[in-house]
Design a protein around this ligand. Structure first.
Ligand code: SF4
Ligand code: SF4
Length: 288
């Protein structure tokens, strides 16, 4: 299986052209760093023994190598490397095919509440009420609207991890299991994750969940295993209306950059300064 360098780490990059085929997209440490790994495993055992009750101890732990590599590349040069997703809200019809494809591609458990991406329906009523629902993440479609007032507008908003450039989930991870790749994807190293849930609580977008069997944090990876093969994320590939686009920022040849140039772009919860890389067009002011 092909490996992709990720600032001192390697990632399995299994290709999944066939939607019925699934791959292990778990990230693995470079085998050459076995000695370091052993020390890190010791560190995990140590943290478990501490019950994570000593933030002072956690604060002196080593900064993940992935972050050091990221800081070395700045400005426009860095932006040109970064993967991002565009979402045109006006084009989304709420069919949920993206959420289904994501579950298949990334082996997300079938039960409700486990999603890397999901669809929210917003209903804006004339009396000012805003009702948001997302039954089973939108996978099974949406029920008829109840007859309870005049609706001004209804629309669908696909959501996922924003692969923030300034991600609180990375900042709070006590063991460096969550990291940013050079190309801007926020990933979780399952071998390091201790399932402490700090990142789940820190993410302001509700994008993380704990895997019920692996007991590690999980989230959208931009289908990182597909990118190395020149494929776009599964959700982008299956969207029948082209509501989702994917590419690298600053690459004027790709559809994402054209999308960014020709639309008024907004991001979710911009005031939090997380610098999301999921870019929305035609986003209603009521969307949270
Ligand atoms: Fe982390 Fe949440 Fe931002 Fe994704 S959306 S990078 S999980 S803070
Ligand atoms: Fe919207 Fe496209 Fe997802 Fe369907 S596949 S819900 S149109 S983003």
């Amino acid at each position: 299986m092909k490996k992709k360098e990720v600032t001192g780490m390697t990632v399995d990059s299994g290709m999944t052209q066939d939607p019925g085929t699934t791959v292990d997209s778990g990230m693995k440490r470079d085998p050459e760093t076995t000695e370091t790994m052993e020390k890190e495993v010791d560190r995990r055992a140590f943290l478990r023994a501490c019950g994570l009750a000593a933030p002072v101890i956690l604060a002196v732990l080593k900064v993940p190598e992935g972050l050091i590599g990221q800081e070395a590349i700045e400005g426009a040069e860095r932006e040109a490397l970064l993967y991002a997703m565009g979402v045109d809200v006006q084009k989304c019809i709420g069919c949920g095919r993206c959420a289904v494809a994501c579950k298949t591609e990334n082996r997300v458990p079938p039960e409700e509440h486990f999603f890397n991406t999901w669809i929210e329906r917003y209903v804006i009523y004339s009396d000012g009420r805003v009702v948001v629902d997302s039954p089973n993440g939108g996978i099974d479609g949406f029920p008829e609207l109840p007859e309870e007032g005049e609706t001004l507008r209804t629309f669908f908003v696909p959501k996922l991890c924003n692969h923030c450039q300034n991600p609180p989930c990375v900042q709070v991870c006590p063991v460096g299991a969550t990291f940013i790749t050079e190309d801007g994807a926020v990933l979780v190293d399952e071998e390091y994750c201790i399932g402490c849930r700090y990142c789940v609580q820190a993410c302001p977008y509700g994008a993380r969940w704990i895997h019920p069997e692996k007991h590690v944090a999980a989230k959208c990876t931009f289908c990182y295993q597909r990118l190395d093969e020149g494929l776009v994320p599964a959700c982008v590939e299956v969207c029948p209306t082209g509501a989702r686009l994917f590419g690298q920022l600053g690459n004027r040849a790709n559809p994402l950059e054209r999308f960014r140039r020709f639309n008024e772009i907004q991001v979710l919860k911009a005031h939090l300064n997380t610098e999301p890389k999921v870019l929305y067009a035609n986003l209603d002011g009521e969307v949270r």
